[in-house]
Design a protein around this ligand. Structure first.
Ligand code: SME
Length: 150
C-alpha cells in the first residue's frame, strides 16, 4: 500500500499545475482516503517568528486548533523535540489537545527544510494503536518530498 502511495505522491509533487498548498491538500486527501486508519491528516507549520504552530492544509473534520503554542499538545511537543511522536492511546497522554472525541491514537512526524524543523504532519486515528514503524518511515518520506516544494 505505501509503495503505491509513494508513486501517487511523487506524481502530485511533480505536477506542474497547482502551488504547494494545493499539493499538500491533495496529499492529505489521498492519505485520508487510502489508509483506513488515517481519519484526519494535516500539516502544521511554524507561524513566522512566533513560537507557535499554525494549521496548514488538511483533510478531515475542521478543527478549532488552528494555532498551537510550542510545547502544548502532541504537536507542540514535536515542534520542540524534533522527533516523531507516536501515541497509541491518546487517553494516556497528559499533554494532549483533543480535537474530536472519536480519536483514539495519533502520530506526528516533524518536517525538516535544510535541517530546520519548520512544521509537521499530524494524523489522527479512530483506531487504537494502529501505527507501526512503516507509518513512521513512510511519513518521514512524505515530509521530505513536501520539503522539496517549500
Ligand atoms: N491532538 C493534537 C492537536 C491537533 S488535532 O489532532 C488536529 C495535539 O495534541 O497536539
Amino acid at each position: 500500500m505505501f509503495d503505491t502511495l509513494r508513486k501517487s505522491i511523487t506524481e502530485i509533487i511533480n505536477d506542474n499545475g497547482g502551488n504547494a498548498t494545493k499539493k499538500m491538500r491533495d496529499i492529505c486527501t489521498l492519505l485520508r482516503d487510502s489508509v483506513t486508519y488515517y481519519d484526519w491528516v494535516g500539516f502544521y507549520f511554524k507561524n513566522g517568528d512566533r513560537r507557535e504552530l499554525k494549521l496548514g492544509p488538511y483533510a478531515g473534520e475542521p478543527t478549532d486548533h488552528t494555532i498551537i503554542p510550542f510545547g502544548k499538545g502532541i504537536c507542540g511537543q514535536v515542534a520542540v523535540s524534533n522527533e516523531n511522536f507516536v501515541v497509541p492511546d491518546v487517553s494516556a497522554q497528559d499533554n494532549y489537545i483533543a480535537c474530536s472525541l472519536t480519536v483514539k491514537s495519533e502520530i506526528v512526524v516533524p518536517l525538516f527544510k535544510n535541517g530546520e524543523n519548520i512544521g509537521q504532519i499530524d494524523i489522527d486515528s479512530n483506531t487504537p494503536d494502529p501505527f507501526t514503524q512503516e507509518d513512521e518511515r513512510f511519513l518521514e518520506w512524505v515530509n521530505q518530498k513536501v520539503a522539496e516544494i517549500l
